[in-house]
Design a protein around this ligand. Structure first.
Ligand code: AMP
Ligand code: MG
Length: 422
């Protein structure tokens, strides 16, 4: 049995970043820059007014109120034509270029006009630079705007658009193939034949991958047969950058995924027993033929998703060039005892996390913790990390991995079910 960190390090060593390529800006959301972006021009490109008002010379209004001659008017988008001389002002709208000679803007609310607009009275003195947006104040020519390794968010795309960038150099985003193994599995929505169950893992893993932004390939259900599993992994390697299989990595008579992966990785894969609960077994290795990383997750549906969080997600994020590999880890307060027995393992407890009236994150378990109880995973939005020992009593702090930060402020959903809590 090995520690979580050792297993994670082994996985990450087999998940190299994909080759970069140039991508149109419009499709670049969520991709990671493989090269820095350098600004080709200033933003704003010229000095502009930050207010609707009058462009003037600050020295002219140092002893306000002061009356200035209005010599022109500028809307955003217009090129300035008239300079502002001593004793003069130009009526100006937000975003219009500051005319030559002017060094400040007085907001319209502090001005008045009593002669139809040929002069304006400025009520208060304004310092030089007042309500002027300097050229290059946001981004200066030649500046490294974003470093390599930056994950592109909507605001990044906005900045790049203002710079006239049409393409960016980004790391590839892995396409991931998913297969479920098990003679008992079926997709048939009709009546279940004796001994058969419906496949949960492809649905949950494909959806998790989609939520994380990866293109997916459904490699289907594969029976517990070495040749069939070999063929499915070969198909996956031809079509995908990484493969996620579930089932067949335990110690059962037909647990062939680990055997096949050992073959296909020429013995370089590791079949690990990790000191965590759930999701103890994990097979991981790179195919000898082309290096494709293959994750062999346990078949129990909760284990498969927890294993995804701990191993697959960080591995894929590294392949996509991201630096921050894990989910956000926050300190929360337990609202109920989180009891466990000492067993040398880190326990990952399915919990519902909410932000309570005190402003802190509070958690309570969604119910029993056996790894086949997938509906109790569905009710959770976080995993509480219980270190080895007797557990954490109500009121005590506990570290929590947030799976769905966006659901944190939702009112606590009623947690119910056969073995849940009212
Ligand atoms: P295994 O890891 O193959 O030994 O499977 C462990 C348990 O998980 C068994 O009860 C399987 O029936 C169940 N299981 C495996 N794969 C799936 C799946 N894709 N969907 C639902 N249950 C599964
Ligand atoms: Mg199985």
């Amino acid at each position: 049995v090995i520690e979580l960190e050792e297993a994670q390090a082994f996985v990450l060593a087999g998940c190299a970043a994909l080759a970069p390529s140039r991508t149109p800006l419009a499709g670049a959301l969520g991709y990671v820059l493989a090269a820095p972006v350098v600004a080709g021009h200033d933003v704003p490109p010229f000095a502009t007014s930050a207010m609707d008002g009058y462009a003037l010379r600050a020295a002219d209004v140092s002893s306000a109120p002061a009356r200035l001659a209005v010599v022109g008017s500028l809307l955003a988008g217009a090129a300035p034509t008239v300079p502002v001389g001593p004793g003069q002002a130009v009526r100006i709208m937000t975003g219009a270029p500051l005319p030559d000679g002017a060094d400040a803007v007085c907001m319209i609310e502090l001005t008045s006009s009593d002669d139809g607009g040929s002069t304006v009275v400025i009520a208060e003195a304004v310092p030089p630079g007042h309500f002027v947006r300097r050229a290059g104040e946001d981004v200066a020519t030649g500046q490294v705007v974003f470093e390599a390794g930056t994950e592109l968010t909507p605001a990044h795309l906005g900045v790049l658009a203002t710079l006239g960038t049409t393409e960016v150099e980004v790391f590839g985003r892995p396409t991931v193939g998913v297969l479920s193994t098990g003679d008992e599995l079926t997709d048939d929505p009709g009546a279940l034949a004796p001994g058969k169950i419906r496949d949960a893992n492809r649905a949950s893993l494909l959806a998790t991958l989609a939520e994380d932004g990866y293109p997916t390939v459904d490699l289907g259900i594969v029976v517990d047969d070495r040749a069939a599993i070999t063929a499915a992994i070969a198909e996956g390697a031809a079509r995908c950058d990484a493969i996620v299989a579930s089932g067949g990595v335990s110690v059962g008579d037909v647990d062939y995924v680990k055997v096949v992966l050992d073959d296909l990785s020429a013995g370089a894969m590791r079949w690990m027993q990790v000191a965590i609960r759930p999701a103890r077994p994990l097979a991981f290795g790179n195919l000898a033929a082309d290096g494709t990383p293959v994750f062999g997750l346990p078949g129990n549906p909760v284990s498969a998703l927890v294993s995804y969080e701990l191993f697959v997600r960080p591995g894929l994020r590294q392949m996509a060039g991201l630096g921050q590999l894990g989910r956000p880890l926050v300190r929360a307060v337990c609202d109920e005892d989180l009891t466990r027995r000492p067993d040398g393992k880190l326990h990952l407890v399915r919990v519902l996390a909410t932000v309570a009236a005190d402003g802190a994150v509070h958690v309570r378990p969604t119910g029993a913790q056996e790894s086949h109880l997938l509906h109790l995973m569905a009710l959770a939005n976080a995993l509480a990390l219980l270190p080895d020992g007797p557990g954490v009593p109500a009121g005590a702090p506990v570290d929590v991995l947030l799976l769905r930060a966006g659901s944190l402020t939702a009112a606590p959903a009623a947690v119910a079910g056969p073995r849940g809590r009212a």
